[in-house]
Design a protein around this ligand. Structure first.
Ligand code: SF4
Ligand code: SF4
Ligand code: SF4
Ligand code: FES
Length: 701
């Protein structure tokens, strides 16, 4: 409802339900904040956002106080600035001011506020004891002396996982962030005479998901990413926006690169999103030595010898000529990493089909994805493209697969659904029972959970079908009964399920269940989830094997020794599929790898040609798990010896006596067809994402 308020003497029409901070921000009036962060539940603890309201004796924290009709608010009086200054000064009392060695320096809210407030003195320094309590972890470091106890870390962790791993311990100036349920602390004194708290042996190890979100929201340098620590100064980094390529969620990501060395320092989520461990502690962070392939290599007398690109391509072509017969390559497979872009996949498809003609050619990912997706498209026509956000309003959600180990973005959305809207979650777990304790967050919130092996899913779906058809509800089973009672139902077919067996019969049963429920006027969504980054895009680009030559056949061919040569194009992932290939690679007669990053496979290869990395991708297209076409235009540049896949394939084709130049024209037509699908462009934001002022919404915070 519209109401009228006054801020700093100016009349403003605003809405009930907003906080004073939100109403002021919408009117372009900035109020400083510290514990507040838009995406977190506000708690009003730091008092930096204090404002005066006429008729109310005490100042109020504007991040939690709601506007009311007729409120006369003052955000800029001497009194509120005194209160803010006092609140900030008290945070600085025992703050170490070790800015020269703090990773957050230059991007620190405490620094910025002190500057803005004109605080030039630190009164009574070290009046209070140190709050030294550093828990251990390979990923995260906690410097309690820098902590301002804003609890952002606790709130983001509980938002993501329902149960935070941290809690505030001690009180007042003696407070610190400790590990939850680890209460046993002892007190000690350092040689300099300041006291500290320490955990009992073994109680100080953080065992969590290491998603890094607590580091990202920490306004000061209290929580630090160990892989990024001391890698650069903040002002030496330059950011570019893109997506994370570690799974098909393609989360919006800001990459920070250190230009002098062209190395990746850290990542951050964009626009208040969340990254998981793989995205936040991105594999490449801080690693330049040994991470990327340093040069082309040719194996000589069983050891890899550095070579120029000319020699490496020459060697590859000579070996291909040796094994080719009748215009094709028998006993040979070309495998394409699911991380290769759609446009490059189109060129590889043309190269395999018209130039090399190998007996086997597929994406290096389970062949069941294709079988199941084709069946899904036939049965659920038009539903293979979707928006996962629709699950947020489902009253009942059935997840079949391994929710913990699949697409973290989806898992996070499910957690959010449960937290914000309630809803009943049914887990049909195909991920095995043995998991560490901390991987139990969904089992705790699940309304019902059943462990069903992928091979027995048919039986499970069959019994669900009879339960659903039993409209009398009695004896229909807890899942069926609850599906029948809900009006909006989501059924998510997890990656584990989709990749491990032929689901043709299961999908048919699911279709019957869905028809039955839809016939009863219920809204039912059925979503297939495929985790490998660009699997869907590559299938669309034409990487579709001839019958009997798909990835599952390649694996059995490797097992039986039938396949003797492999060309692997793109980055080798650290997954089950790659481990299977590696297992058989030593028995091959010829292994060539065109890749950007080092891997066990590249270490075993006879010829290695370094290609451009994902982060160097310009005007590249991908398709995410929802079937959305996305475009990225990254700004990383690793160096001159790397070649793009398309010029490399053209060079090889020319040396083999095939003209492949026409591919450029075909690719530009193909790219035109991708552009016609209204892709989402992920490279628009060139500025740092900033919690204090949102460039996108033009609103503060
Ligand atoms: S560690 Fe950081 S986010 Fe957590 S309470 Fe301390 S200052 Fe706030
Ligand atoms: S890294 Fe993630 S899971 Fe671990 S404590 Fe921080 S927010 Fe929680
Ligand atoms: S959910 Fe997937 S895309 Fe998002 S950060 Fe994690 S690995 Fe990257
Ligand atoms: S009390 Fe409002 S920002 Fe901390």
């Amino acid at each position: 409802m519209d109401i009228e308020i006054t801020i700093n003497g100016k009349k403003i029409i605003t809405q009930t339900g907003l906080t004073i901070l939100e109403a002021a921000s919408r009117a372009g009036i900035k109020i400083p904040v510290l514990c507040y962060l838009k995406r977190l539940r506000p708690i009003g603890s730091c008092r930096i956002c204090s404002v005066e309201v006429a008729g109310i004796e005490h100042t109020v924290p504007s991040c939690v106080a709601k506007v009311k009709e007729g409120y006369e608010i003052s955000t800029d009086t001497e009194r509120v600035w005194d209160i803010r200054r006092e609140a900030l000064s008290s945070l600085l009392l025992d703050h170490p001011l070790d800015c020269p060695v703090c990773d957050k320096s230059g991007d620190c809210d405490l620094q910025n506020l002190s500057f803005e407030f004109g605080l030039t003195k630190q009164n009574n320094k070290r009046l209070y004891p140190d709050r030294t309590n550093i828990f251990k972890s390979g990923h995260i470091e906690y410097m309690a002396t820098r902590c301002v106890l804003c609890s952002r870390c606790i709130r983001v962790c509980s938002d993501m996982y329902g149960n935070p791993f941290y809690e505030i311990k001690g009180s007042g100036y003696d407070g610190y962030i400790g590990l939850r349920h680890k209460d046993e602390t002892t007190r000690g004194v350092t040689s300099e005479g300041s006291s500290f708290k320490e955990n009992k042996a073994g109680d100080d190890v953080l065992k969590c998901y290491y998603c890094g979100n607590c580091i990202e929201v920490c306004p000061v340098g209290a929580l630090i990413s160990i892989p990024s620590k001391f890698k650069e100064r903040y002002w030496q980094e330059s950011p570019f926006s893109s997506v994370c390529d570690k799974c098909s969620a393609a989360c919006r990501t800001e990459y920070y690169r250190y230009e002098h060395e062209e190395s990746l320092i850290r990542t951050a989520s964009l626009f208040g999103g969340y990254l998981c461990r793989a995205g936040f502690f991105y594999d490449g962070i801080g690693k330049n030595n040994g991470y990327y392939i340093a040069s082309p290599y040719i194996k000589k007398k069983s050891s890899a010898v550095e070579s120029g690109i000319e020699n490496a391509v020459g060697e590859f072509v000579a070996r291909i000529k040796n094994i080719s017969a009748n215009g094709g390559l028998p006993d040979t497979a070309i495998l394409v990493s699911p991380n290769v872009s759609t446009n490059e996949g189109y060129a590889i498809s043309g190269f395999a089909g018209n130039v090399l003609k190998p007996a086997y050619f597929d994406i290096a990912a389970s062949g069941y994805y294709r079988t199941n997706m084709l069946r899904f498209k036939t049965l659920f026509e038009g539903e293979e493209t979707f928006d996962i956000k629709t699950v947020l309003n489902s009253e009942a959600m059935l997840y079949a697969g391994d929710i913990e180990g699949e697409i973290p973005y989806v898992a996070y959305n499910i957690m959010k659904t449960h937290r914000e809207h309630g809803g009943k979650l049914f887990l049909v777990n195909t991920g095995g029972k043995e998991r560490p304790d901390y991987l139990r967050r969904f089992e705790d919130i699940a309304f019902a959970r059943q462990d069903v092996g992928a091979a027995s899913m048919g039986e499970f779906f069959d019994s669900l079908k009879s339960g659903v058809h039993n409209s009398g509800l009695k004896n229909s089973g807890v899942m069926a009964e609850n599906l029948l009672n809900a009006d909006t139902i989501s059924i998510l077919l997890g990656d584990k399920l989709f990749s491990s067996c032929d689901m043709s019969a299961d999908l048919q049963i699911l279709k019957e269940i869905t028809n039955f429920l839809r016939g009863g006027q219920k809204t039912v969504y059925v979503y297939p989830l495929i985790k490998p980054f660009n699997y869907r895009g590559l299938v669309g680009a034409g990487i579709n094997p001839a019958p009997g030559s798909d990835f599952n056949k390649i694996l059995s061919g490797l097992n039986s020794g039938k396949i003797k040569n492999i060309l692997y194009i793109g980055d080798v992932l650290n997954d089950e599929v790659s481990r299977e290939i590696v297992k058989h690679a030593s028995g091959l007669e010829f292994l060539a790898v065109f890749s950007s990053k080092t891997s066990i496979l590249s270490a075993m290869a006879d010829v290695v040609i370094p290609i451009k990395d994902f982060l160097e991708g310009r005007n590249a297209f991908y398709e995410n798990f929802e079937g959305k076409t996305i475009s990225v235009d990254n700004e990383f540049n690793l160096g001159g010896y790397r070649t793009g896949i398309i010029p490399l394939l053209m060079d090889i084709s020319g040396r083999l006596g095939h003209s492949f130049d026409y591919i450029n024209r075909e690719i530009s037509e193909f790219t035109g067809s991708l552009k016609a699908k209204s892709p989402v462009y992920y490279n628009k934001s060139k500025a740092r994402s900033n919690f204090y002022y949102n460039d996108k919404t033009k609103v503060y915070y």
